[in-house]
Every structure is written in C-alpha cells, then in structure tokens.
Design a protein around this ligand. Sequence first.
Ligand SMILES: CCCCCCCC(=O)SCCNC(=O)CCNC(=O)[C@H](O)C(C)(C)COP(=O)(O)OP(=O)(O)OC[C@H]1O[C@@H](n2cnc3c(N)ncnc32)[C@H](O)[C@@H]1OP(=O)(O)O
Length: 158
Amino acid sequence: MDQVTHAIQDYYPEDFAHCFGCGRMNEQGHQFRTGWDGDKTVTIYSPKEKHKAIPGFVYGGLIASLVDCHGTGSAALVKHRDNGLEPEDAEDAPRFVTGSLAVKYLKPTPQGVPLRAVGTHEKTEGKKITIKVDVYAEDALVVTGEVTAVEMPDTFKK
Ligand SMILES: CCCCCCCC(=O)SCCNC(=O)CCNC(=O)[C@H](O)C(C)(C)COP(=O)(O)OP(=O)(O)OC[C@H]1O[C@@H](n2cnc3c(N)ncnc32)[C@H](O)[C@@H]1OP(=O)(O)O
C-alpha cells in the first residue's frame, strides 16, 4: 500500500477540517490522511526538506505531529467501524481530540524517504480510545508512540 485511498479526514465536516496536522483545508498544514489497511490503520507522509532537525534527519516534533493525528484519525476510524461504517459510507465522520500523547524516538529518522505510521487499536473505554503507533522509515522502526484520543466534546464547537 503506497497511499491511503479513503481517509477519515476527507469526511470531517468543514468546520473540523482545519487542523494543522490533518486538516484537508489547511493549506499551510501537513494534511495527514489516515485510513484502514486491514485491521491496522496507516498514514503515509513524506517530510519536506524544511522539516529537518540536523541535515539528513527529520525533526522530532514533526514526527510527534504525525503520531498525534494518526492516533486521533485512527480512533475515529475505530469508532466508525464499531458503528458498522467505513470512511466512504458516511458524509460525517466521528471526531476525536488528543487526551494524551507519548512518543519514543528509537533511531534517527532519515530524510528523503516516506514515513509510514501504523496504528493498532489497543482499547476502548467509554469515550476514550487508545491507539499504539509504530512509525517506519522504509523498513526501519524509528519511533513508537501511544495516543489516548477522547471523543470531541461540544466545547470545541465555536
Ligand atoms: C476532527 C479534527 C481534529 C483533529 C485533532 C488533532 C489532534 C489535536 O491536536 S486535538 C487538540 C489537542 N487536544 C486538546 O486540546 C484536548 C484538550 N482537552 C480537553 O478538551 C478535555 O480534557 C478532553 C476532551 C480530553 C476530555 O474532556 P471531557 O470529555 O470533558 O472529559 P471527561 O468527560 O472528564 O473524560 C472523558 C474520559 O476521558 C478521560 N480523559 C480525560 N482527559 C484525559 C487525558 N488527558 N488523557 C487520558 N484520558 C483522559 C477521562 O478520564 C474520562 O475517562 P472515563 O470515561 O474512563 O472516565
């Protein structure tokens, strides 16, 4: 799988499509897109030259953003599938925000190759969904993370 076909972010209502990480309407943002790959979730992103920490290596904050939005997007996919729906089945996708985010940097992440964030649904507890995230640069596991995503409360609506 080289790219995500049906991304959950393609189905967030416009008011919720401006996230710097994953908002499809934020032209300045990363526009991460997250979809299913079997029972795993996947986001593929190629860091730009400007996303460097040290020449040749990717900035860790960018990777944390990838883990973050991959986690919230994955939680939305899980909730949707629990309701019997795939992203393309409905105009309005569930929405989650980050409750907590943990990132562990195992190896320097090389620039110039696509990154693949792979998510595993760990547990659902009420409004909370926890996703384990593994980030690969080609075949190398470079970062692991965990996101606890919480269903977006009404306080996020303006
Ligand atoms: C759709 C496009 C959006 C894309 C988003 C991309 C990712 C983001 O950048 S989101 C922005 C960053 N995140 C935020 O700003 C979130 C700020 N925090 C909040 O709004 C709230 O604290 C929020 C929503 C996490 C929880 O609020 P609320 O629902 O009122 O809490 P509450 O009802 O007390 O708790 C719900 C459950 O979540 C748990 N919980 C609350 N906060 C956390 C947390 N930080 N970590 C883990 N669990 C938590 C509670 O323990 C509770 O669990 P249980 O149901 O088992 O008792």
